[in-house]
Design a protein around this ligand. Sequence first.
Ligand code: WTA
Length: 595
Amino acid sequence: MKRAVSFVQKSSEWVRKPKHIDANLKDYFKTYKTFRWKSVEKEFDWSRTKKVNIVHEMIDRHAASTRKNKVALFYWDPSPSAGYPQGRDEKYTFLDLKNESSRFGNVLKKMGVRKGDRVAVFLPRTPELYISILGIHRVGAIPVPLFEAFMETAIEDRLSNSEAKAIITASQLLERIPFSKLPCLKEVCLVGGDGEVMPSLPTSVRLISYTEEMQKASRELEPVWLNLNDGLVIHYTSGSTGRSKGVLHRQYAMLGHYQTAKWALDLRDDDVYWCTADPGWVTGTSYGIYGPWTLGISSVVLGGRFSAQQWYQTIEKYRVTVWYSAPTAFRMLMSKGEALPKSCDLKSLRHICSVGEPLNPEALRWVWKVTGIPPHETWWMTETGMQIVCNYRSLDFKVGATGRPFPGTYATVVNDKGEEVPPNTLGNLVVKAGWPSMMKEIWGNKGKYNEYFRLKGWYLSGDTCYKDKEGFIWFAGRADDVIKTAGERVGPFEVESALVQHPAVAEAGVIGKPDELRGQLIKAFISLRSGFSPSEDLKKEIAEFVKKNMAAHAAPREIEFCERVPKTRSGKIMRRVLRAWDQGLPVGDISTMEE
Ligand code: WTA
């Protein structure tokens, strides 16, 4: 471990569960001993037909069953948007999604998209985003979902690395795509902007209209059949060094999505499930698409920006039963007070889960108080593809504990040599390699992939934790410099690279600073080029510059000017010194610092 994390949470408060709770996973301990992933394979049609494609397991098989007219997607966005002055309130059954994704598959075929091609999806959270992803699966291609908030540099990095050939996007986002720097990108499908003059793009790029093409397309299209090892999805995520990396998952990952959605999210046929995450983040695909739909569950998607009132109204309107969200969202709701949740009927809820960052006991207790349900932690990563360490609906847990390993996985704590350490000892959180939805590759970067497995037999998460005597894993922090701000993973290098492009910035060093609402906020230490002097206006301008180039969430919320950014003799930024500066603490050994 590079950095020893000293805060070790201790809590003796338990969340006790009734003796005979009616959960899908009834006896965790017994199941943990006997469960085999092989037994889940029979839940999928491919185990009999040998024909693999996740879109069949998520959509087509339900559309051919009694679930045909069951609502798969409830979509609500009460705010007006282009073409929808009254907002949107729509429903799609499994059959509708089969038809729409077949149509879109035919559009993709016309665009020349083939098996294994990467297709970027850069759209606001709308039904078209979900239909696009399903259509991409249908033709055997690999979706690369991108957050709507991404700006030019973020888009350029991800599209050039994945060599995406096509992009599905919206007219208001088009100007952020740097076509001239993306020679592989040849096809654009534009959602919305109907009736507007189509913008002019470089002649090498073909532009088509989603609405027009969908009207013409046939709703018949058999999925392209794949192998279990073929690509499923690429999610870009950040590490402590270098640009964002493309985490590729394989079709077989569906086993993990399915079983965790069944046992950790506890989804049942009659549930109305709401995952608040955007598919630009792995939670929004693994648990916003793959998990619930392989199980044939009705899912709710709320479009638009965060609004506490709309969130509670969503639960009330759809009688949401299972809710999956994140600590920052819970804290944002908490900051709006209790009157709002009291004015809505939240009694439909029966299970709540949380992911992305540690759920602080205060937020846990608050959600418990206003909904009557204690939120259950789930720990996992883009790379793990599925939940690994969780608290379960049928099992007592300790407030603040991250949980226990999911059946069929083994997560534990090891030292830097890969040896398991005694209880209550801080170490590396690792998972025994080889669970179904373990990432398949880091796109185009074998070296980075291998780094995760440098402790033989283990997947090294980069998180630090300890395990108590009862077997609960307690998250402690990151072992590296990766920042988690409002649940989003941000690499300091990416922010620094964006900062030094500003004409006033000579050097920049970026850290995550503890923050009550966001978990961490991004703080930048900046030394200025000669001719520029520090000012509040300059801070604003620099932050704005990162917002415009990368994404709002990656912009520093705090900037401090300094004479020089501390670096080692080999030129590495000493973030440990920056953290000490920030906290007003002694800087420790700086013998490797450059003169
Ligand atoms: C953090 C994909 C504490 C952790 C879901 C991990 C958590 C990183 C938890 C992955 C949790 C996730 N408690 N920390 N329950 N869940 N994390 O890939 O540091 O964006 O390594 O998340 O989030 O981030 P990612």
